[in-house]
Design a protein around this ligand. Structure first.
Ligand code: ADP
Ligand code: MG
Length: 272
């Protein structure tokens, strides 16, 4: 590590690393989300209770429209619940002010999207530095060395000075993961992160999420790929705004082997 990188957190495991443990870092109780629509209000989440321990890798599965993205938006504080209790990384997300929420989000959660959402006019390294620039973390030199560390972590060092669109889809998603880690958040959230990748590349990206969880990062991802979901230590199945399968939390692990026989195969290709 470069001496001038000291004020920024390292890419190494968090202190709570080494697998799921401790009190939940994500704690949702009886969360309800209603959206106003022309035809009255629509209940997208109908009472979701979910606890995730630090270092867990949780896969959320379920058909299109069942509320997966809405649930992720509750966890990231992008949207607020209609009812219920949400505490994530020490913050009461239902009652926090917008300012507190924005600051909290910048340091507590990294978000990864299906279509990467990299800025095409910035280099790979500049994309990874952007969240640090927004958060005002470190000097420009520190941000640059932190970005280099993160690109090494996702094996993208040799692409640092290229533009994102000159790299492959899998590489772009790895860059996006490096960017999500820029401010060293304890939680990574990803909505269909492999939905735009071929299956071999998807497995590599999924394996990267697994390694990050092994290093102590809490990872919550939505996927409709049953094979990938099956590799997660814990699968949460949703239908009609509810969790219909899997334990609500307390760091229990829930092996795919305990699923009903149909459940491993009824996901493929339905989402969108
Ligand atoms: P998923 O991610 O599982 O496909 P979503 O969480 O995006 O599902 O959506 C859940 C349900 O809520 C869907 O029926 C969707 O149409 C509805 N919905 C999502 N966002 C809004 C919104 N802003 N206004 C009204 N309805 C919404
Ligand atoms: Mg969705």
């Amino acid at each position: 590590m470069q001496p001038d990188a000291a004020p920024l957190a390292s890419t190494q495991a968090h202190d709570d690393g080494g697998g799921p443990s401790g009190p939940p870092i994500i704690d949702l109780r009886d969360v309800v989300k209603d959206y106003p629509t022309g035809a009255g209000s629509f209940r997208a989440l109908a009472g979701v209770t979910l606890r995730v321990a630090p270092g867990e890798l949780v896969a959320i599965v379920g058909k299109s429209g069942c509320g997966k993205s809405t649930l992720l938006n509750m966890i990231t504080g992008i949207d607020r619940p209609t009812d219920g209790v949400i505490a994530v990384a020490g913050m009461d997300l239902r009652h926090a002010s917008e300012n507190d929420l924005a600051r909290w989000r910048g340091r507590s959660v990294g978000v990864v999207f299906q279509f990467f959402q990299l800025i095409p006019t910035l280099t790979v390294a500049e994309n990874v530095m952007l969240p640090m620039d927004f958060a005002g973390r470190g000097s420009p030199g520190e941000r640059r060395s932190r970005a280099a560390e993160l690109l090494e972590l996702v094996e993208m060092t040799d692409q640092a000075d290229k533009l994102p669109l000159s790299t492959s889809g899998g590489q772009q998603q790895r860059i996006a993961i490096a960017r999500a880690l820029a401010n060293d958040p304890p939680i990574l959230v990803a909505d269909e992160p492999t939905g735009n990748l071929d299956s071999a590349t998807a497995s590599q990206v999924f394996a990267l999420f697994g390694r990050l969880a092994d290093a102590g990062r809490t990872v919550v991802l939505v996927t409709h790929d049953a094979d990938l979901a099956g590799q997660a230590r814990r699968i949460i199945r949703m239908a009609d705004g509810r969790i219909v399968d899997g334990p609500a939390g307390d760091a229990q692990t829930w092996s795919p082997a305990t699923q009903a026989p149909t459940s491993a195969t009824d996901q493929g290709g339905h989402d969108g």
